[in-house]
Design a protein around this ligand. Structure first.
Ligand SMILES: *[C@@H]1O[C@H](CO)[C@@H](O)[C@H](O)[C@H]1NC(C)=O
Length: 419
């Protein structure tokens, strides 16, 4: 009867492999590690949805706790809050800027009259997940502060489901304006000529939108000198760009998942998802969607040839005209910074845009890079052929990916040279 345990073991192993397995494109290194991360996220999401369904808690809140608990236990020994952890020189304080909670990282003071660089950072997580204080963001911001002699302000903006657009954007804008005021910059010994705004994913969306608002606000005497956007989400009018289609079922951020984040952020009904997946919201019949606006997200003209491949634009004739009225955020530049006019773009600071080949948001970033260049803004676009969405946050053992570490090194070295 030795066969039974063997059979059970084989069956269990096969079921685990089947559960964990998800197709990963050839270009991505360490595919099994990515499958494991994705399986952990899927499991957390299933548990969260179950708890939601049983009436315990909103699924986003449970999912947030699970992912933070996981990341937190992995990284806690690296950062150990009170003792200062791996980077003892950096002072960390949790304060509020005009009522908005922020975590400030200060490198050691460099003596009388010595000014440091500054950076305002917005973390990613679909406007619903993540925290300035937890996980990889805390670690990378300490590192950035230390290596670049930089005062980093990481903003703890409010998230969905507690709030939705425009609250997260306004929280970020309020905190950014407060930091840019001459008194606060002086208090932190920050050079007003060397302040950056940055963020990843949904945080890249917020960074782009805040940069646009501040660049065009004549009442602001200090403005950002550079913007560094890491695989930003910049529009939801076309959910059928080549990158949305190419990566639609990819680990970490699938196309339906990204669309769900958008609908939640814009306070729209999730039942609209099937309509948006077929671009019914941006049909030709819409008077509110002018040819001018359409051209600002037209990947057929804005993308380099090599990324268009054999894709054809999905433009429907009739669609559902009411969606743009029901969900005004879809046409609001504060939610979709890619829709800004060339006149606004021309006022923006130099840009660093990181894009990843294996990412539904790749084309958002590539189109923005092109539109900024066309408006006369200096742009560096670092495109990672083996990059995938979220890799910037996967840099610490055991959740570390080589490409994530390269993206982080590239980010730090660009800021070193350009700020
Ligand atoms: C998209 O719009 C068309 C025209 O109104 C409609 O027939 C179709 O059912 C819509 N598609 C979806 C998925 O709702």
């Amino acid at each position: 009867m030795r066969l039974l345990p063997l059979a059970v073991t084989v069956l269990l192993t096969l079921s685990v492999a089947y559960y964990v397995y998800t197709p990963i494109p050839d270009g991505i290194q360490e595919p099994w590690k990515l499958m494991l991360v994705d399986a952990a996220l899927r499991t957390a999401m299933r548990l969260a949805v179950l708890k939601h369904w049983l009436g315990f808690d909103h699924y986003i809140k449970s999912f947030r706790r699970y992912t933070q608990g996981f990341e937190g236990s992995v990284n806690s020994y690296l950062t150990s809050d009170s003792s200062g952890g791996v980077i003892p020189g950096v002072k960390v304080s949790d304060v509020t800027f005009a009522g908005i909670p922020v975590r400030v990282y200060e490198p050691p003071a460099g003596g009388e009259g010595h000014l440091r660089r500054g950076l305002v950072y917005f973390h990613g997580g679909g406007w619903a997940l993540g925290s300035a204080k937890k996980g990889s963001y805390d670690v990378t911001n300490r590192m950035v502060s230390d290596e670049l002699n930089m005062v980093v302000v990481s903003v703890e903006y409010r998230l969905y489901p507690e709030v939705h657009f425009p609250v997260p954007y306004l929280d970020c804008l309020t905190a950014a304006k407060h930091f840019l005021s001459p008194e606060i910059l002086a208090k932190y010994a920050v050079d007003p000529e060397r302040v950056a705004v940055s963020g990843d994913s949904a945080g890249g969306n917020l960074a782009a939108a805040v940069a646009q608002e501040i660049s065009t606000d004549d009442s602001m005497s200090v403005k950002f000198s550079v913007q560094a956007l890491i695989y930003p989400a910049l529009q939801a009018l076309d959910i059928n760009t080549p990158s949305f289609l190419q990566n639609q079922n990819l680990a970490i951020l699938s196309r339906p998942f990204m669309l769900q984040f958008w609908l939640q952020y814009l306070n729209a009904d999730l039942s609209l998802e099937p309509q948006l997946l077929v671009n019914n919201h941006s049909a030709l019949r819409h008077s509110t969607l002018t040819p001018e606006l359409r051209s600002r997200v037209d990947w057929t003209t804005l993308l380099p040839e090599k990324h268009k491949k054999n894709h054809k634009p999905l433009i429907v004739e009739n669609g559902s005209p009411e969606i743009l009225k029901e969900v005004p955020g879809l046409l609001d530049v504060r939610a979709a910074p890619l829709l800004a006019s060339p006149e606004v773009l021309a006022k923006l600071p130099r840009a660093y845009i990181i894009t990843c080949e294996h990412d539904v948001l790749r084309d958002d970033g590539l189109m923005y890079a092109r539109r900024l260049q066309d408006a006369g803004v200096m742009v560096t676009n670092d495109h990672y052929e083996d990059g995938f969405h979220g890799c910037f946050s996967l840099v610490m053992w055991p959740l570390d990916f080589d490409v994530g570490k390269r993206v982080l090194r590239g980010y730090i070295s660009w800021l070193q040279k350009n700020l």
